[in-house]
Design a protein around this ligand. Sequence first.
Ligand code: FEO
Ligand code: CA
Ligand code: CA
Ligand code: CA
Length: 500
Amino acid sequence: GLRKPYGTRFSYFNPIEHSNLDQLILPIGYKYDIVATWGQDLGNGEKFGFNNDFTCYFGSDPNEGLLWVNHEYIGNLSIYVSEYKEEPDGAKRTAQQIAEEKYNLGGSVIHIRKGIDGIWSIVKGSPYNRRITANTPIDLTGPAKGDGAVGGVTQVIGTFANCSGGKTLWNTAFSGEENYAEIVQDWSETPGVPALNSTHYGWVVEIDPYDPKSTPKKHSMLGRFAHENAVMTLGESGRIVVYSGDDTNDQCIYKFVSDDVYNPELGKRNSSLLENGTLFVADMGANKWIPLDLNKTPKLREKFKTQGEVLVNTRDAAKLIGGTPLDRPEDIEIHPRDGSVFIAFTNNIAHGNYYGQIFRMFPENNNHESTSFAYEIFIAGGPQSGFACPDNLMFDQVGNLWVCTDIASDKINKGAYRPFRNNGLYMIPTEGPYRGKAMQFASAPVQAELTGTWLAPDGETLFMSVQHPGEESVDVNNPTSRWPFGDIPRPSVVAITRQS
Ligand code: FEO
Ligand code: CA
Ligand code: CA
Ligand code: CA
């Protein structure tokens, strides 16, 4: 097999082949443990949620730490929860089923430890173990807080549709509320369930995993749209910069730049930097970031009276001032060596873009605060490159790009997507003789997507979600996947390590 000349222990592997087996397949010499699985008891009366997505490890100890995990959407949860029965007239689910769904979305903080046997597991009953759900009170910050555009509230109820995310410089988690609109509509159509105000969702949520009593925050300065993620870095003058994509056909990419500079000595109090600054949208034709700010871009006054209104209606505001519609921007990550910005565009089937591509953006003068940039296509998906529909991105410590693919469950192994088989995880060197060559590291179980990869600080463990296995199942007794335990499919977080 091929041995890669770059990287950490995770970069030297013999690539696997595409597969359609109902297994999580890894290269020879690697194994996985199930760290957390849907419904698992956390030892404090709480249970691990459904459809785990983004994972983020906290702590400098590579063998024990906290893991933040997003729980994105319902999918086939409904057919596994109690009392489910499909009404022939297409009636919606019961209030009790909605209550179970609300509990199963949001996120989990789990305290995890690697045992002397080398196996990662949850520290049951740890005071850090916590669920954030669609019922958790969350503070709103920034210009939309108390604005008429959100009904004048300063706190909202719950988070859901939590897709990917990021880590702040002060060790809290970002969680992106992505496809909230469908869930708001679905729940609001159920008799006996109070309707939700959709302007309370579609934000980036900040969670402090170290303080189980802390109230999470939704930062309105980062805009309201289908947030895939939020990745933070520093500009030249020390301001914080946060990039985020709006994962919907023909939507935009954004970045936030704070007014004030980051001060490491202030620790978590730096969170207030996210309350004052400027949100920009990318004009890919002019290679410019345009401010979504009433004072800096007066054209916005044609439609909006307050900055809160601009942020609540980020998409409309972006289109008004020339934000470029793109092919479903997914994850954004920053190259650890040169600061270039990698953006996954997963596909835009309506435009005939089936395979997606990954852009590499170069901020002017290598300064993330700059309002100008250049960009190139780093790699396009397709039969030539061997992968399709890039979604989550991760860099390892030496700058290899890791790419999870997200071919939709109902399209896997069909038509244009047949050659790629199940979804997977690929490593792509960004320099050297293997630059731009995608090498497959993992193959997902049937109808699953691999998401949320995160390396432990010593680079010896790769955490990853296996999301929505058996997503096309319609019969609880005959699911399309039985991963991982042979009964019904259970979304789970795995820890991948080298076999000793
Ligand atoms: Fe939830 Fe854009 O993937
Ligand atoms: Ca997903
Ligand atoms: Ca995603
Ligand atoms: Ca996706």
